[in-house]
Design a protein around this ligand. Structure first.
Ligand code: GAL
Length: 668
């Protein structure tokens, strides 16, 4: 249920990820005091501690955890308790070696790091239920408990898809339920092609180790199944926790730019969506623009964090609606990380900028990963709030400053519903990964181009699932690359008063992954009378320049307008590039930055949304009555026009490099 959001102030706060089992017990007291001194209130513990919670089968040793929680509690700190199921201990794996996932080549994913399990393995699911029950019974009612975290980063290290026997058996069951008869499956997948027809579900294998590409419909169903397995695995834990720990919210920590399961679906069972934000670590994969990478090397892409904040805010609203929706940053980068191709240090101001950007987007908690840099094991080069010798590091000082600023700004509201919705869909990401048709066609990248263009126009955006309630009450709805589009969403778009921008590839396939009936954009032809007769993908050495500026790159479509549809844009080589029918437009290619900025600007104007392009590196986020202005750039920015003489709650104009300011938009 989505209700109109209210400006309900919530107190934002800081957190940290802590591993008491890594440090001598005498140290815990000092750590807890230092956390409290820095203004930290939430401490996540436990998510990798299985071998210490149960060193031998059935021998539960929770006494150290009791004492760790008591120590934190004594200092007024609140605990976020992680279930340890991302790291099954050695004895458990040895007791049922077939619980590990198999990779696409059929190789087992061995013990010695983490996430070495298959979501479909019944025996492992039972073991998880057992340890989670024990934890929930013991700590479920503890006064210090603020929230639970299930597992850790589902899918990290490419672990959603498993090609194990357990996965094969479960996949066959899933197909049986979906299709009821092999004949229906054969038709849906088009298995007459290359004699791929099955006589029973038992004959269907997993889509790996085929000679050439497997059937795309087979692959898409395997993605859907694998995503459902993540949901089911998570639900085993949330059901247990709700039974033993009533009223305590449950979170999971999602990742950035990770699409292998449907996060909206997993969020059905979560009270808090959270994600792990590593802006500098992600920069390398965020952009293929080398200039951008250089410019933002020590602060991260100016739109990447915000995109995920807006996406996970929507996830946090799935279960409880807009007004009650909750989201956090569960892990925030504090310094250089250890896992990117290169690991630069944050530039001055960056750590504080990230925190304020998250709070501006409605985060309740920004929690740093991690408290103290370990001198051992895999992540010894990952910085933390404390150095390995326990001296405070720079991010510790940043925490002290941010928590003082809370007093100046008061409680930040949860953002009001935006007039602008950008539709994001996990199935579409799978579909275009399965059949990109051009080597560099990437769904995330396509959606992100529109997001960036909206944000550069000074807009606060909601990134939403393709669900009817999520697109209600909007002025502009942007729908790039939605591969099929359900009947209900198309109908809701048809009834809405919003200005709508569709394409490219939107509506081009059926739910079963066949070319849309009557040609693309399939169901969306009820919104705009048109057809697409041909598409082409293009290598990066060429682009398709348009009349009046901008170009398509990598992808373009040949659009045929129907009755009453106008050609709003044309390519220089004489083809229709954008069609318009009243409030609905269709864009027939992947826009470069210039084109995206212009088109989005036109759409915002048509929709009656106030917008104006911002200087390079400057972004805004409106949150209730507070407007935040953020400068990702390397030089001071004159933002006096945005500030318009208002009193500043935090920060200063001109806005120095990597600084943030905020002011109230009402009252003056
Ligand atoms: C996250 C993970 C943490 C830690 C961190 C390092 O992906 O959840 O456990 O590994 O990365 O940046």
């Amino acid at each position: 249920m989505i209700t109109k959001s209210v400006d309900q102030p919530r107190r934002q706060t800081l957190g940290v990820c802590y591993y008491p089992e890594h440090w001598p017990e005498e140290r815990w007291e000092i750590d807890a005091r230092m956390m409290a001194d820095a203004g930290i209130s939430h401490v996540r513990i436990g998510e990798f501690a299985w071998s210490r919670l149960e060193p031998d089968p059935g021998q539960l040793t929770f006494d150290w955890m009791d004492r760790a929680i008591e120590t934190l509690h004594r200092h007024g700190l609140r605990v976020v308790l992680g279930t340890p199921t991302a790291t099954p201990p050695k004895w458990l794996v040895d007791s049922m070696p077939d619980m590990v996932a198999l990779d696409r080549e059929g190789r087992p994913r061995g013990f010695g790091s983490r996430r070495h399990y298959c979501f479909s393995h019944r025996g492992y699911q039972k073991e998880c239920a057992r340890i989670v029950t024990a934890l929930a019974r013991r700590y479920g009612q503890h006064a210090a408990l603020a929230a639970w975290q299930t597992d850790n980063e589902y899918g990290c290290h490419d672990t959603v898809l498993s090609y194990s026997d357990a996965a094969r058996t479960a996949f066959r069951d899933w197909l049986g339920q979906k299709y009821q008869s092999p004949d229906r499956l054969n038709r849906a997948w088009g298995n007459v092609f290359w004699s791929m027809e099955y006589r029973s579900f038992e004959e269907v294998d997993l889509p790996n180790l085929t000679v050439t590409e497997p059937n795309p419909s087979h692959l898409l169903d395997f993605h859907r199944f694998s995503s459902d397995q993540v949901c089911a695995f998570n639900k085993i834990q949330t059901d247990i926790i709700r039974a033993h720990s009533p009223g305590v919210p449950i979170a999971h920590n999602f990742m950035g730019r990770f699409l292998d399961f449907d996060h909206f679906a997993v969020s059905e069972e979560l009270d808090i969506a959270s994600w792990d934000s590593y802006p500098i670590g992600f920069l390398d994969r965020d952009t293929h623009n080398e200039e951008n990478k250089k410019r933002y090397l020590g602060v991260g892409d100016p739109d990447n964090q915000a995109f995920h904040h807006d996406l996970y805010r929507a996830c946090g609203q799935v279960r409880n609606g807009d007004a009650e929706g909750r989201w956090w940053v569960m892990e925030q980068q504090p310094g250089p990380v250890n896992w990117a191709p290169w690991n630069p240090a944050p530039w001055p101001g960056a750590v504080r900028l990230w925190a304020w950007e998250a709070f501006a987007a409605g985060a309740e908690v920004v929690s740093y990963f991690r408290w103290r840099q370990p001198s051992f094991a895999q992540e010894q080069m990952h910085e933390a709030l404390l150095l390995p010798n326990a001296e405070p590091n720079e991010a510790y000082e940043a925490c002290c400053r941010i928590s003082k600023e809370f007093r100046a700004i008061g409680a930040v509201a949860s953002p009001t519903r935006s007039d602008v919705a950008l539709v994001f869909d996990y199935e579409s990401a799978w579909a275009w990964k399965i059949q990109p048709q051009g080597r560099d066609f990437d769904y995330f990248d396509l959606v992100f181009r529109f997001y960036r263009a909206l944000r550069r126009n000074g807009i606060s955006i909601d990134v939403v699932p393709p669900r009817v309630e999520a697109i209600a009450d909007r002025k502009l709805i942007v729908v790039p690359g939605l591969f099929a589009g359900s009947e209900s969403i198309v109908e809701a778009l048809g009834k809405s008063d919003a200005t709508i921008l569709l394409g490219p590839r939107t509506g081009s396939r059926s739910d079963d992954f066949q070319i849309a009936e009557g040609l693309p954009p399939g169901r969306f032809r009820s919104l705009i009378d048109m057809k697409i007769r041909r598409v082409e993908s293009l290598p990066p050495i060429v682009d398709v320049p348009l009349q009046n500026g901008g170009s398509f790159d990598g992808w373009r479509e040949f659009l045929v307008p129907g009755e009453g549809v106008e050609v709003a844009r044309t390519s220089k080589d004489g083809h229709a590039a954008q069609l318009r029918s009243g409030r609905v437009s269709y864009l027939g290619g992947r826009p470069n930055d210039e084109l995206a900025l212009t088109i989005v600007g036109e759409m915002l104007a048509q929709a009656g949304v106030d917008a104006a392009p911002l200087p390079e590196g400057v972004r805004i986020r409106d949150n209730g009555n507070i407007r935040f202005v953020i400068n990702y750039g390397n030089e001071a920015a004159d933002v006096s026009a945005l500030v318009a003489g208002r009193d500043l709650l935090i920060g200063q104009q001109p806005l120095a490099a990597r600084e943030v300011l905020a002011f109230e938009t009402l009252g003056s």
